[in-house]
Design a protein around this ligand. Structure first.
Ligand code: TXA
Ligand code: MG
Length: 308
């Protein structure tokens, strides 16, 4: 794996690689992304191929700020500006009507595009040096756990990328919240790093959520997703000898004690699952978190990871 430290020279090399149509694994504050020039259709096709993602699942486009976002959008509603002021840079992705500057392949042929400005300094530096918007799905194979450290990146996936830039552990540790502003009223397509109530507070309305049974508007809505290799089972309490995530004191080395605060829990979730999964257990048991709205994103990932 060609892992580069985030020196100025290496950031320039990463931007240059993207400019010439290459694929680079980059850190963001949520999870690592498999990045390419969003305006280069060949590069976008390569990202789909490396990820093993069906071409019907759209990518998120990462921008340097609101000005670049408006070049990727055909319309930029007032609600988008309000959410940008409150949450960018950060883990919030906005779905808006797509402009012709973004090729349909990025958006899986949809008329919309998902945009976000990451806060991670390495991601921001690379996007700034590149000068064009950057498409990047999480740097994992389709349906697998997202990487929150370079060590989590599948070596085969990394080998197919041109470069990997190390930005340390991802602080948020769970993917961005995806809000669809192209539908009226706006919908929460994926809970994530920014909590629903915070967004509802800014918009002054309740976000509805499309139900899982409906058409696949969003790949994050697939029932099984974010899954470790082991089978994941939710339980009330871990028993001693069971590998898994506990709130109480662990009874052995294959039990990870998890934080009782939802954001801190989210920041640690994928790392803990990657760590346990590496030992190859058949089952990972997870103590069910509180049934409280603040735990929505964590519940979403656990629910999907435990799906058959
Ligand atoms: O935190 C994140 O969002 C990470 C980092 C790398 O930025 N990226 C990420 O990308 O999670 P990915 O490809 O694993 O998930 C993309 C999500 C999909 O689940 C889908 O919900 C949404 O973005 N999406 C992208 N384009 C869309 C569109 N045009 N309409 C609706 N949803 C879209
Ligand atoms: Mg993903």
């Amino acid at each position: 794996m060609k892992v580069l430290a985030p020196t100025n020279e290496n950031l320039a090399r990463a931007a240059e690689t993207l400019r010439s149509g290459g694929v680079v694994v980059i850190p963001t504050e949520t999870v690592y992304g498999l990045a390419c020039d969003a305006t280069n259709v060949e590069a976008v096709r390569r990202v789909f191929e490396i990820k093993g993602r069906p071409s019907s699942n759209p990518l998120i486009v990462h921008v340097s700020g609101e000005a670049q976002a408006t070049t990727a959008a055909r319309e930029w509603p007032e609600a988008a500006s309000a959410l940008v002021r409150a949450f960018w840079p950060g883990p919030l992705t906005l779905v808006v009507p797509r402009s012709e500057n973004i090729p349909p392949e990025v958006a899986a042929g949809l008329d919309t595009v998902a945009l976000r400005m990451p806060s991670h300094p390495v991601a921001r530096a690379i996007i700034g040096l590149a000068g064009f918007p950057i498409a990047a799905p999480s740097a994992n194979r389709f349906m697998q756990l997202s990487p929150t450290r370079v060590e989590h990146i599948d070596p085969e996936l990394a080998a197919q990328a041109d470069l990997v830039v190390d930005g340390g552990p991802c602080e948020v540790g769970i993917e961005s919240t995806v809000v669809d502003l192209s539908s009226d009223p706006p919908e929460l397509l994926r809970p994530g790093g920014v909590q629903r109530e915070e967004i509802e507070g800014v918009l002054g309305l309740r976000l509805s959520m499309p139900d899982d049974g409906g058409p696949k508007r969003s790949p994050g809505m697939h029932r099984r997703h974010y899954a470790p290799r082991a089978k994941l089972i939710l339980v009330e309490r871990l028993e001693s000898g069971q590998a898994g995530l506990a709130f109480g004191t662990p009874s052995g080395p294959d039990q990870v004690q998890m934080p009782t605060e939802p954001r801190t829990y989210a920041a640690k979730l994928f790392e803990a699952l990657h760590r346990l999964d590496a030992a190859g257990p058949a089952i990972i048991y997870v103590e069910a978190p509180p049934e409280d709205p603040a735990w929505e994103a964590v519940w979403d990932r656990l629910y999907r990871a435990s799906a058959e």
